[in-house]
Write a protein that binds this ligand. Structure first.
Ligand code: FAD
Ligand code: FES
Length: 438
């Protein structure tokens, strides 16, 4: 055998080894993928009901049942600034009655009732929801609040108000302040299955994701978790050191930061220290280029524009609707391939082509709702009818109103379960002539 033939044999053997190893790796990867996919289709490991998902002592048995009735007094135990821009603050809350702190599911929110200063020295009650931003623990609840800025004004127009409640939290509340708080609630929460998850947060939409990431890393450190966190610039990043420390500690947690704005002169050094950064909005093209092929569950929270673009795009990519979970921090109507199912007692989905008369009985007004118009709450307000509201997204229950006659349906299943015979105006539209007790 010549030395050339020997070399050819050695190279051939090496090549055979490489091909065999690659084939083995592919088979293993495919087996893992198929196992997860089969489980996802059967619902076996991925989508346990909230009651099955949580251990008995870790969450309420039924996510629909509040841990306490009505509002309960809580005190602010700590107040911490969380971003370089100085716009986001965390508040740690402990029960003032000294009683136990019920657990919650990561992703759920608290509802607050505040008395804000009003005209002539009076106060006015307002209700707002804020997501719990840490893993459940027996010690304190934490919410993380961004100052809602005044909208950009056209030249010459009157200055519009900045966000009332978020500024009240930032400017008027300090350690020791008392707050009225309703029990944790919400259907947008992480399950405790084994499936890999992709969390997508835009701006302050990071808050429920912080709770999800912290919970997953504490309770299921082996679980694969990806976080795509989009902001305009680095100064807006909330709890960046904590997120980076988690990513450094847990190989299964993959943190990707996405910047939609141009870097400011002060930023390049700050940004250079960040791993996995992208100079684009979060979109499916980015997700496809980064994520290995797996049957993920996607959780999204952020501004309406992010949800309106990404939810249909994920469906278009082939992600099943049951694996896309999202929450908007206000009114948002997300077009979906399969519309949300109406809760029992309310009209089923279907196109509505006719206008309907809506009578607000207590106000003595009858108005016309036309297809394409927004909610019954908007209709009431546009006609000068005084209706209580808070979240405007079916979360807080403030706009619950008795239906005297007729039928309505929901744009999406609301977080707050209304009492029988009532509806939440902020997410309702009529499917017949309706008489409301407002
Ligand atoms: C389930 C849920 C969870 C949430 N979680 C969080 C969270 O974790 N963190 C968080 O920061 N937020 C969260 N939010 C949003 C939060 O509830 C509030 O909507 C937000 O803080 C704004 O409330 P506000 O009272 O400060 O602003 P509002 O006074 O309600 O104003 C809202 C917007 O309208 C503008 N505006 C007010 N008055 C006028 C006017 N007269 N003319 C024109 N524009 C006006 C304001 O400038 C502001 O941009 C959540 C919402 C929901 C539904
Ligand atoms: S305003 Fe909160 S449920 Fe309608």
């Amino acid at each position: 055998m010549t030395s050339i033939t020997l070399l050819q044999w050695i190279l051939g053997a090496l090549l055979l080894q490489v091909v065999t190893l690659m084939a083995l790796a592919f088979v293993r990867h495919w087996q893992a993928y198929t196992a997860l996919r089969t489980a996802a289709i059967k619902g076996g490991v991925e989508l346990p009901s909230p009651a099955e998902a949580a251990p008995a002592d870790a969450a309420p048995a039924d996510a629909d049942l509040p841990a306490w009735a009505g509002f309960r007094p809580f005190r602010v135990r700590a107040k911490t600034l969380e971003d370089a821009a100085g716009q986001v603050c965390s508040f740690e809350l402990v029960p003032d009655d000294g009683g136990p702190l019920p657990p919650f599911l990561p992703g759920q929110f608290l509802t607050f009732r505040l008395e804000l200063p009003a005209a002539q020295g009076n106060t006015a009650a307002v209700v707002r929801c804020y997501s719990l931003s840490d893993a459940p623990n027996a010690d304190a609840y934490r919410v993380t609040i961004k100052r809602a800025p005044a909208p950009v004004q056209a030249a010459g127009s009157l200055a519009a108000a900045t966000g009332a409640v978020s500024h009240f939290f930032h400017d008027q509340l300090s350690v020791g302040s008392l707050l009225q708080v309703r029990a944790p609630a919400g259907r947008f929460h992480l399950d405790r299955g084994q499936a890999p998850v992709v969390l997508i947060a835009g701006g302050i939409g990071i808050t429920p994701m912080l709770s999800m990431v912290n919970s997953a890393m504490q309770e299921q450190p082996e679980r694969e978790v990806w976080l795509f966190y989009g902001v305009r610039e680095a100064a807006e990043l909330v709890m960046l050191p904590q997120l980076q420390a988690l990513a450094a500690r847990h190989l299964n947690f993959h943190l990707h930061l996405c910047f939609s704005g141009p870097p400011s002169t002060a930023e390049p050094r700050e940004r250079a220290a960040l791993v996995h950064q992208h100079h684009s909005r979060i979109d499916v093209r980015l997700l496809r280029s980064v994520l290995p092929l797996k049957p993920y569950h996607f959780y999204l929270c952020g501004p309406t524009a992010l949800l309106v673009s990404l939810v249909p795009a994920l469906e278009g990519w082939g992600v099943a609707g049951e694996r896309i979970h999202f929450e908007a921090f206000g009114p948002a109507s997300i077009p979906r391939r399969k519309a949300a199912v109406s809760p029992p007692g309310l009209a089923a989905d279907g196109p509505v082509a006719e206008p309907f008369a809506v009578t607000f009985a207590s106000s003595g007004k009858t108005c016309t709702w036309r297809p394409g118009l927004s909610s019954l709450l908007d209709l009431a307000e546009a006609n000068g009818i005084d209706v209580a509201s808070g979240c405007r997204s079916g979360s807080c229950g403030s706009c619950q109103t008795t239906i005297r006659a007729g039928q309505v349906r929901y744009a999406h299943a609301p977080d707050h379960t209304p009492e029988p015979g009532t509806c939440l105006l902020c997410v309702s539209t009529p499917v017949s002539a309706v008489t409301l007790d407002a």
